[in-house]
Design a protein around this ligand. Structure first.
Ligand code: ASP
Length: 316
């Protein structure tokens, strides 16, 4: 098993074999999490601090549970009530926490690149739990594990990523990962929600759902990231749902056994119809949540092995 990283900041720096290493170890944790006895020692003695500067339900709970199941001492910083509100800079907050000797720092931040910057300043392993519209690596890894389990492989699949691509770190990390694993990726959405320089992504681009979903194996829907929009990107939510919301009619263009994914939180009736989201024959949305805990356990386990193998590095 090789995973030569001190931090997990994004999918970009990972090799395909390292992605497979994380997913294989996560498989082990899926079984473990389904057993009655859910306590292991991979992180015993280590301190994990979760710093979420942006709201989160799934990701924060998932990281907390993952750390606790592996025996870490886990602390959640209430960033809304922190000194950030009094004007402290991100780096000062990080240095303050660093002086308390955490081993794993899980960070979510509204600014792209903030987590990378922080990782340069602290002595511990840093995991990116989502930075602006940049990356959300554990989301892409849990999506990959969900796809691999549902489809029996993670290569040569036709995958449509649909909706607000421009503002989505989930889309970015998924494009990077699915590309590295040699899948064919289509981006489907209105021109206003496609990122600038889309050609460089090496993907096919569609502005029509019926064409974009034709014969795909995987339909990945994205939330409209209203908090990252400064202006009118869509005429109205009703109009958006009509053209880009996933309903049974649009899904019928995908392969009959195509799976439906969504990272959550979902806007039912905006990007996805509630009955599709709840259809246990098509939707793997709950599996994604389950895989999230396992993938985060695997990622923290691998980083902790590296911390333990290079104690000097920790002190550096
Ligand atoms: N939960 C995911 C994220 O933090 C997706 C979303 O918010 O739409 O990026």
């Amino acid at each position: 098993m090789r995973f030569d990283h001190r931090h997990l900041l994004g999918i970009d720096p990972l090799r395909p074999d390292e992605i497979t290493t994380i997913l294989d170890l996560a498989e082990h944790y899926v079984t473990f999490n389904r057993s009655r006895q859910k306590h292991a020692n991979a992180l015993a003695g280590l301190t994990q601090i979760n710093m979420f500067f942006e709201n989160s339900t799934r990701t924060q709970a998932s990281f907390e549970l993952a750390g606790k199941r592996l025996g870490a001492d886990v602390m959640n910083m209430a960033m809304q009530a922190s000194s950030i509100k009094k004007g402290e800079t991100l780096i000062d907050t990080a240095m303050t926490l660093n002086a308390m000797h955490p081993d794993l720092l899980v960070v979510r931040h509204p600014h792209s690149g903030a987590v990378d910057l922080l990782a340069q300043k602290v002595n511990c392993a840093v995991l990116n739990a989502g930075d602006g519209r940049h990356e959300h690596p554990t989301q892409a890894l849990l999506d990959a594990l969900t796809i691999r389990r549902a489809k029996g492989r993670l290569h040569r699949l036709n995958i449509a990523i649909c909706g607000d691509i421009a503002h989505s770190r989930v889309a970015r990390s998924n494009i990077l990962l699915l590309h590295k694993m040699e899948n064919r990726i289509r981006l489907v959405g209105p021109p206003t929600l496609m990122p600038a320089g889309i050609e460089a992504f090496g993907t096919e681009v569609y502005h029509d759902m019926e064409e974009g979903l034709k014969d795909v194996d995987v339909v990945m829907m994205l939330r409209l990231q209203k908090e990252r929009m400064d202006g009118g990107f869509i005429p109205s939510e009703r109009e958006y749902y009509h053209r880009y919301g996933l309903d049974a009619a649009k899904l019928s263009h995908a392969k009959p056994d195509a799976i439906v994914m969504h990272p959550g939180p979902m806007n039912r009736g905006v990007e996805i119809d509630g009955t599709i989201a709840d259809d246990i024959n098509r939707s793997v949305i709950q599996d994604q949540v389950e895989m999230g805990v396992a993938v985060r356990m695997a990622a923290m386990d691998l980083l902790a092995r590296n911390l333990r193998a290079n104690p000097k590095d920790i002190m550096a």
